[in-house]
Design a protein around this ligand. Structure first.
Ligand code: Z16
Length: 829
């Protein structure tokens, strides 16, 4: 530390916030000339982006340090959000807006001939996630910081994020996303913070000095986890939190034994294998692949994070019993469930706490969030794989299971069936460890992510656990989205218009949007509102034009479905509906056709690389687009577009441009959905099923402002049963569509056989046939309603004004009060 008498000098040079444009420019030029070693003669957009980022980053780092210092000094309870995915998107715009320095930067770079918007575009997305779950984690760290909670994210620093999607001949082709080509301006390498992580090896038994029998994990491969920190600025606060991501590195430079034996090449290349652990994000959304490399990723990340957390706790010199008073750890899905086992191992094996004492602390520390009921998404690890990779952890899992089953037996004596149903170990060939069960047993609270979903898990997949623990352990925390990125940043036009009426307080407290409702009938305001929407449709049209050459008319109804491609999300229902409309329009006279509401159907989203059916759906959408967009009869009536490589920064352009967006999952399958919230917050209406957060959106905005259709969650099981034993009834309209496809009008119909068969002869698991007519009916109502612009605008304004509940700030406060028991701890400016 710096001696007391010198601290005044230090403070004189310590960086504060930018006070004006000149201060920004000074830093900008310094970074171009020194950090980037360039000059005014070769400063292109990329260099200018990097210099601007580093100027902003520097300020964040100072505030970041102050924040961490303050939390350490005051020894406040911290929250750790463990997530294998953080779908952050770009950082620069967000950092400038949150620190309120965007104006200085804009004017500052303008003097040098740059447009700030062009610089922002230079940044590659940090796409370290698949979809909803990863983006939720990104919204949550934004809200933790903005609400002044001492909250850290812990994750993996993948070198390759979610693949880039190319569409070639209508098919998805995956390309690697190496996002670190120019390094990342936002990353603070922490090479000095590293943890050696063990794999494989064996369990040694021994008797300690007091004669107690103990076990210890020994031997095996060692891989080093090295930390990188990414500052997370809160909005309008000096609080800057931390996102710590781990990379895997070789534990030592060389295997000296081999090196000396002359096998230099092999000793180096074997070490390189360590780096593959954090190399690439698994590209599955809502699907468990069960691969050993994935298990290694999970353990490396969890073990490094817990080592870090425990080390920090030990510095406070508090007794172990205060661990849960100081630390809350949230498990984002079951991916980090090994953390429960690892903490118990640290307590019992390394710190020698008695089992029961340790276990009570563990349970009090953890909370588990469930994000899905889909059986194919629930993680199970083969016991032989665990035994090989993590032998001591498997023993601890067995012990946790044993004590748990004894508890169950005491409560429900002689119920063998129940014991086998709730056992962590599934008696399959091979045996499998059910990670969701372990997560429930090792946590004090379990939450679902929307009301319907939280009710559903209690009635279905976790029913037995409700019987064992009682209902209080299972709670709901409805998801939310950050209004900073998803309104203020993505849609400055709308944000400004709203602020002109009610001030800009809604960016921090979204419930203030309620004051907007009194302007819903104001015709002048309605016109301005629709003008913003029109502008944003133009912006999307420009993107589509530049990427695919297809010209869209911003006066037409924009109907958008962007999300991961998955059978349960039912993009097939949408595209089959589009085909139906096309066939109908073709049968009309030009006069009749002119009376119809002209539409643009826009799709976007990635399929998991190995998901054949999802890839077939992408192909179908693209083939429909090719036929429709080249049919002169359709020029003023219908366009069908697939936007390549949907990601966070494209979402920021697409979402503000919808008139209608589609959230049409089979009832009971979409846990929450979060883009539904983003679309409504941006003034789009939605067509949806009674599923996930659609239910609560409807309750908040009113059922007149949403187009709901389809069977309900509690009917689905019966319908599937009927399909199975009585066959699937494909109605007249859907059959017409099948006939059209099979006629070869879209090209080789063979390509779609499996898709159509999965509906007609394969049991139609996702109820496409059952919901098809109701879906068309709802779309028909939309066509009608869209013609009344004033009424449409009114619905849109009313909806936005009632969206306050869906802020992730509210969600984070729910977690803080209901699960973590932590309080905000603001840092002085
Ligand atoms: C995911 O994105 C979600 C669930 C899951 O088990 C795995 C992944 Cl990668 C999604 C849900 O499908 C979605 O409904 C929800 O809104 C989102 O998680 C955030 O909770």
């Amino acid at each position: 530390t710096i001696p007391l008498e010198s601290r005044q000098i230090w403070k004189k040079f310590s960086l504060g916030e930018f006070g004006d444009k000149q201060e920004f420019q000074q830093e900008f030029v310094r970074h171009v000339e020194t950090s980037l070693a360039r000059s005014l003669y070769n400063c292109d957009d990329l260099a200018a982006y990097q210099a601007a980022s580093q100027a902003v980053r520097d300020r964040l780092v100072v505030a970041w340090n102050r924040t961490q210092q303050k939390h350490t000094l005051t020894d406040t309870k911290r929250v750790y959000y463990l997530s294998l995915e953080f779908l952050m998107g770009r950082a620069l715009d967000n950092a400038m807006l949150n620190t309120r320095t965007k104006q200085y930067a804009r004017e500052g770079v303008k003097d040098f001939g740059f447009r700030l918007e062009d610089l922002i575009e230079q940044e590659p997305d940090a796409a370290l996630g698949n979809g909803g779950l990863g983006r939720l984690a990104a919204c949550f760290v934004d809200s933790l910081a903005s609400e002044n909670y001492p909250g850290w994210g812990y994750g993996l620093r993948y070198e390759y994020g979610i693949f880039k999607q190319k569409i070639i001949d209508g098919y998805q082709v995956e390309q690697p996303d190496y996002w670190l080509t120019y390094g990342s301006s936002w990353e603070i390498p922490r090479n000095e913070i590293s943890v050696d992580i063990m794999f494989y090896g064996y369990v040694r038994h021994y008797t300690d000095d007091e004669g107690v029998h103990r076990r210890c994990w020994e031997g095996g491969d060692v891989v080093r986890a090295v930390a990188s920190d990414f500052p997370v600025p809160g909005y309008g606060t000096a609080n800057v939190n931390n996102l710590r991501l781990w990379s895997s590195k070789p534990a030592q430079e060389f295997d000296f034994a081999k090196f000396n034996a002359g096998d230099y090449i092999n000793s180096v290349s074997e070490q390189q294998r360590a780096e593959t652990i954090s190399a690439v994000l698994y590209p599955n959304d809502n699907f468990d692949s069960g691969k050993e490399l994935r298990l290694k990723q999970q353990y490396l990340w969890v073990a490094a994070s817990l080592n870090d957390i425990v080390r920090r706790f030990k510095k406070s010199k508090r007794p172990w019993r205060e661990f849960p008073e100081q630390i809350a750890i949230q498990l984002n899905d079951t991916h980090p469930t090994l953390a429960i086992v690892e903490l118990q191992r640290i307590f019992v094996d390394l710190e020698q706490l008695p089992w029961k004492e340790a276990w009570d602390l563990v349970v009090e520390t953890f909370g588990y969030t469930n994000h899905t009921v889909l059986p194919e998404a629930l993680e199970k690890w083969p016991v032989p794989m665990l035994e090989n990779l993590l032998p001591r952890h498997l023993e601890i899992i067995y012990d946790i299971n044993l004590y748990f089953l004894q508890e169950v037996e005491a409560k429900f004596p002689n119920d063998r069936e129940l014991l086998s149903r709730v056992s962590i170990i599934e008696e399959s060939q091979p045996q499998q460890a059910r990670m969701a069960y372990l997560a429930i047993i090792g946590s004090h609270k379990v939450n679902g992510v929307a009301e319907l979903h939280s009710d559903l898990i209690k009635k279905t997949i976790f029913k037995d656990f409700v019987a064992v623990y009682g209902g209080d352990k299972f709670i709901n925390v409805t998801n939310g989205i950050t209004p900073r990125r998803w309104l203020h940043q993505a849609n400055p036009e709308l944000s400004d218009l709203i602020a002109s009426k009610i001030g800009s307080g809604f960016v921090k407290d979204l419930s203030e949007l309620r004051h907007l409702e009194k302007f819903a009938d104001d015709e002048d305001f309605q016109r301005q509102w629709m003008l913003v929407k029109h502008k944003r449709k133009e912006k999307l049209a420009a993107l589509v034009k530049s990427q695919s050459g297809v010209v869209l008319n911003p006066d037409h109804l924009f109907d958008i479905q962007v999300k991961r491609i998955h059978e349960y999300k039912r993009q097939q229902l949408n595209i089959l509906g589009v085909i139906h409309r096309y066939v109908e329009l073709k049968q009309m006279s030009p006069e009749e056709r002119r009376k119809m509401t002209p539409r643009v159907s826009l799709f976007g989203g990635k399929s998991a690389p190995g998901y054949y059916m999802a890839k077939t759906i992408i192909k179908l959408i693209n083939d429909v687009g090719k036929v429709v967009n080249n049919d002169p009869d359709m020029f003023d009536s219908l366009k069908v577009v697939f936007v390549e490589d949907y990601n966070v920064s494209k979402a920021e352009i697409i979402i503000p441009a919808s008139d209608i967006s589609e959230h049409i999952s089979t009832a009971g399958t979409e846990a929450s959905g979060t883009s539904n919230m983003k679309f409504v917050l941006n003034g789009g209406l939605i067509i949806g099923t009674v599923d996930g957060a659609n239910v609560e959106i409807t309750r908040e905005i009113g059922e007149d402002n949403i187009y709901l259709f389809g069977h309900l969650a509690d009917e689905v099981e019966d319908i599937r049963h009927k399909h199975k034993y009585g066959g699937v009834q494909v109605g007249k309209k859907l059959q017409q569509v099948f006939d059209f496809i099979q006629s070869g009008a879209l090209g080789d119909p063979e390509i779609y056989t499996s898709l159509l068969h999965s509906i007609k002869y394969g049991g139609d698991y996702y109820l496409v046939s059952d919901d098809f007519d109701a879906y068309l009916e709802a779309q028909h109502t939309i066509n009608h309603d869209f013609k009344d612009t004033k009424e449409w605008a009114r619905k849109s304004i009313v909806s936005v004004s009632r969206m306050g509940f869906f802020s992730s700030d509210r969600a984070i406060r729910d977690y803080a009060e209901g699960i973590w028991n932590v309080e905000p701890s603001p840092v002085e400016e």
